[in-house]
Design a protein around this ligand. Structure first.
Ligand SMILES: *Cc1c(COP(=O)(O)O)cnc(C)c1O
Length: 371
């Protein structure tokens, strides 16, 4: 296999990603914007975008202009929305490349407009309403006026209005209801003025799964298209499949005498003669340098990582695996036989969220695409 020559790699199951996009199309019955920012949450932006579009997604969502440009350079013709702030100096380039920008404040919209109108162009934009996230966008109370103002700008083609939820991954809390009420207030006012933009959208993964009232004209799932749970309280339904596996190999197997220190700082000492293995994974690959928090699957068993995580290596106890040999495949995220470690398991062990786990997988780890 192509992975035979490697000691640390990711396997990305593109058919799982296509399956997850089809799930969203069927659950929401709306156009799907596949959010592929941050190298597709670590999964590989170009390959993930291609699979998402093959499965029927019609938009790609990115955080930054340079991600949008990388997609255009790779030949993608699909609609692209930059979800984050873009400097006005990029507006004309966005117009040229048919990249849609988010307008986060009136004066920023004016600056985009001036840059494009001066060249006889219009840039496609979506207006961002802050309905309760406290991040980008105009507060809902000023939202309708903001959008009506942008509609008058000669260099803008205002196509959409959207908002983003702060707590949709905690179903049952009232915050999302409050955000929905503020956002629909803006949309209703625009409708009453006869100026409702063509594309209204709000739903991230959690809302796409748990808030049908937030679907509007388009949904914007990210984490769940990779088969991962938006949160433990908002899991993906059966039918979603995890896209990513992370693997390494045993690179050393040997007996250490009793009382022998293991790894930097000797934070672990062998209690007796012990068979110790080394693995080719460390914090430079995205494994957190947290003591007694990591584990892996070897020979279908879950083993703890012993002692300090090094930059490129960790050690494991192999006493229960007398057959273990240098070169054996080891799973860090994924399945091996009946055993499994999920990105959620790592997130729980590290005190973070699965998003940070996969986004933290380093660029040096090669990605192998399947199916
Ligand atoms: C990242 C992002 C999304 C996707 O969020 P998930 O929780 O990964 O589904 C949607 N919309 C905006 C504005 C985002 O920044």
């Amino acid at each position: 296999m192509d992975t035979d020559l490697y000691t640390n790699w990711l396997e990305i199951d593109l058919e799982a990603l296509r399956n997850n996009i089809r799930q969203f199309l069927s659950i929401t019955a709306r156009p799907v914007m596949a959010v592929v920012k941050a190298n597709a949450y670590g999964h590989g932006m170009i390959e993930s975008a291609r699979a998402a579009l093959e499965a029927g997604a019609t938009w790609l969502g990115v955080a930054r202009m340079e991600e949008a440009l990388a997609l255009r350079q790779a030949g993608f013709l699909a609609r692209i929305l930059v979800l984050g702030y873009t400097v006005p100096g990029r507006a004309a380039e966005a117009a040229r490349e048919n990249i849609t920008l988010t307008v986060t404040a009136p004066e920023i919209g004016q600056a985009y407009s001036a840059a494009c109108a001066g060249m006889g162009r219009r840039v496609s934009v979506h207006a961002k309403i802050d309905s309760g996230m406290g991040r980008l966008g105009v507060l809902a109370e000023d939202g309708a006026e903001f959008v009506l103002g942008l509609l008058e700008e000669p260099g803008l083609d205002l196509e959409g209005v959207y908002t983003h939820f702060a707590r949709a991954d905690e179903p049952g809390r009232p915050t999302t209801d409050d955000q929905m009420a503020r956002f629909t207030g803006v949309i209703d006012a625009l409708q009453a003025a006869g100026r409702r933009p063509r594309l209204v959208h709000a739903a991230n993964s959690a809302a796409s799964l748990y808030r049908p009232d937030s679907y509007f004209d388009l949904v914007r799932p990210g984490i769940a298209i990779y088969g991962l749970n938006p949160s433990p309280d908002a899991p993906v339904p059966a039918g979603f499949v995890a896209v990513l596996s992370w693997k390494t190999r045993l690179t050393s197997v040997k007996l250490l005498p009793a009382g022998h220190g293991v790894s930097y700082g000797h934070r672990y000492t062998t209690p007796a003669v012990q068979r110790i293995g080394a693995l080719a994974v460390g914090y430079a690959d995205g494994l957190r340098r947290k003591l007694d928090a990591n584990s892996c699957l070897v020979g279908g068993r879950r083993l703890p990582v012993l002692g300090t995580v090094c930059m490129d290596q960790v050690m494991v106890p192999l006493d229960e695996l007398p057959g273990a040999r240098v070169g054996d495949e080891v799973v860090l995220i994924g399945r091996q036989g009946e055993a499994q470690i999920s990105a959620d398991d790592l997130a729980a062990a590290w005190g973070t969220i699965n998003y940070e786990v996969t986004c933290g997988l380093a660029a040096r780890v090669p990605r192998f695409y399947r199916n």
